[in-house]
Ligand binder design. Structure first.
Ligand SMILES: *Cc1c(COP(=O)(O)O)cnc(C)c1O
Length: 371
C-alpha cells in the first residue's frame, strides 16, 4: 500500500463509490441507460447538455495536467478547490478522531470542512516577524503528532497574509509527517508568486497534495474549476468519494477554452499586470499616514493594518469600495484585505484612504493642517 493510501480512512480505501451510467465501459448506438431525455432542451442551442457529463471530463483533465505539468492520473478536477478540500477531509478523517491542523489567520474553508466532518481542529498560529507571517513549523509538527492530525493545511501564498512558504520548508514538514498526515498545500494564488510551486516536490513525497484553481489568476471563479494533485492512489480514492457528475459540461468547455495557448498568454499578461499593481498599491499604502503596516504580498491582494481600521473601512465604503474586513481574524484586529483591482480602482482605493488617514489622525488629536 502506498504511503498516501495508509493515511486515508481504512473503510474508504476500497470503497467503490456510486456506479454511474458513465462509469461502466460499454459501447453502443442507442444510449438508453441513464434516463436522459431523447431530445435537447429548446434553450440548449448546441444540444449537448441532455446527457450527463463524464465524471472527469478527459479533455479538461488533459489540459489541466498539461498546465500543471503532472500525469493526468495524479489530478482530480472538482467544483473549485473548495470541493477538493472537503473531499480530502472526508477521505482522511474519521469523525471525532482524526484531526485537521490549520495555521491561522488563514482561509476559512479548512475549518468549515473539518467542522462538517466532525474532525477535531488543531490551530498553530502563524508567527509574525519582520518579513511578515510565517508558519511555526516546529509547533505544527509537534501539534500534529500530539493531536493526531491526519491533514495539515498550508496556504501558500497565504490568504489573507500574502506570505508564500519556501519549498524546502514544505518538503521538511512532509518528510517529518510522512507516515502520520497528509500535507496539503493550497496554492490558489501561486500564479502571482515568484516562489516555486510545491508541485515539484510531489515525486519525493507521497503524503503531499497540492491544490490549484482557475478561480483567481485565470479569472473563472464562476466556473468552479479547481484541482487536487497528489499520488495517483489517493486521487483514485477521492474520485470515488466525489459526487457522480461533479463537473458541469458548460463549465468544462469554458475551462478548456481558457487553457488554449492564446487565452493562457493573455492570462499571463494579466497576472504580470496584477503583480505590478500590487507593488504600486503596497507602496502607496505604506506611504499613507494612517497605515501601520502594509504587508509584502505574493497574492493578488494586500493585507494592511490601520491606526483606525473602522475609519478606513467606512471611508472606502463611502467611496463605493468594498474590501475584506479582517478584524475578526486572530492577530488581525486592525487589518483589512484589499484585492488588487484595475489601475483605476487601485487609484480610488489610495485616494479614499488618503482622506481616512487624515481623519484617523484628527481623531487622535494630532495636528492636522486643513485649508
Ligand atoms: C479563493 C480560495 C480558494 C477557493 O478556490 P475555488 O477553487 O474557487 O474553490 C481556495 N483556497 C484559498 C486559499 C483561496 O483564497
Amino acid at each position: 500500500m502506498s504511503g498516501a493510501l495508509a493515511l486515508l480512512r481504512e473503510d474508504l480505501r476500497d470503497f467503490a463509490g456510486y456506479a454511474s451510467a458513465r462509469s461502466a465501459r460499454l459501447s453502443g448506438r442507442d444510449w438508453l441507460n441513464a434516463n436522459e431525455a431523447p431530445w435537447p432542451n429548446p434553450a440548449d442551442a448546441g444540444g449537448d447538455n441532455r446527457r450527463y457529463p463524464e465524471p472527469q471530463p478527459p479533455a479538461l483533465v488533459a489540459a489541466l495536467a498539461r498546465l500543471y505539468a503532472v500525469a493526468p492520473e495524479r489530478l482530480l478536477v472538482g467544483r473549485g478547490s473548495d470541493e477538493a478540500i472537503d473531499l480530502l477531509v472526508r477521505a482522511a478523517c474519521r469523525p471525532g478522531r482524526d484531526a485537521v491542523l490549520v495555521a491561522p489567520p488563514v482561509f476559512g474553508m479548512y475549518a468549515v470542512s473539518a467542522r462538517l466532518q466532525g474532525a477535531p481542529l488543531l490551530e498553530v498560529p502563524l508567527v509574525e516577524g519582520d518579513d511578515g507571517f510565517a508558519p511555526d513549523f516546529a509547533g505544527i509538527e509537534r501539534a500534529a503528532r500530539d493531536g493526531g492530525a491526519r491533514i495539515v493545511f498550508l496556504c501558500s501564498p497565504g490568504n489573507p497574509t500574502g506570505a508564500a512558504i519556501a519549498s524546502a520548508d514544505v518538503a521538511r514538514l512532509a518528510a517529518a509527517l510522512r507516515d502520520r498526515a497528509l500535507v496539503v498545500v493550497d496554492e490558489a494564488y501561486a500564479e502571482f508568486s515568484a516562489m516555486p510551486s510545491a508541485l515539484g516536490l510531489l515525486d519525493a513525497h507521497d503524503n503531499l497534495v497540492v491544490l490549484r484553481t482557475l478561480s483567481k489568476a485565470h479569472a473563472l471563479a464562476a466556473a468552479r474549476i479547481g484541482v487536487a494533485i497528489g499520488s495517483a492512489d489517493l486521487i483514485a480514492v477521492l474520485r470515488r468519494c466525489q459526487a457522480p457528475y461533479p463537473v458541469p459540461a458548460p463549465c468544462a468547455e469554458l475551462a478548456c477554452a481558457a487553457l488554449s495557448d492564446a487565452a493562457l498568454a493573455q492570462t499571463r499578461e494579466r497576472v504580470a499586470q496584477v503583480r505590478a499593481e500590487r507593488e504600486r498599491l503596497t507602496a502607496g499604502l505604506q506611504a499613507l499616514p494612517g497605515v501601520r503596516r502594509a504587508y509584502r504580498s505574493d497574492g493578488n491582494f494586500v493585507l494592511a493594518r490601520f491606526d483606525d481600521a473602522e475609519a478606513a473601512f467606512s471611508a472606502l465604503l463611502d467611496a463605493g469600495i468594498v474590501v475584506r474586513d479582517q478584524r475578526a481574524a486572530p492577530q488581525l484586529g486592525d487589518a483589512l484585505r484589499i484585492s488588487i483591482g484595475t489601475p483605476e480602482q487601485n487609484d480610488r482605493v489610495l485616494a479614499a484612504l488618503a482622506g481616512a488617514g487624515i481623519r484617523a489622525a484628527t481623531a487622535r488629536g494630532a495636528a492636522v493642517e486643513t485649508p
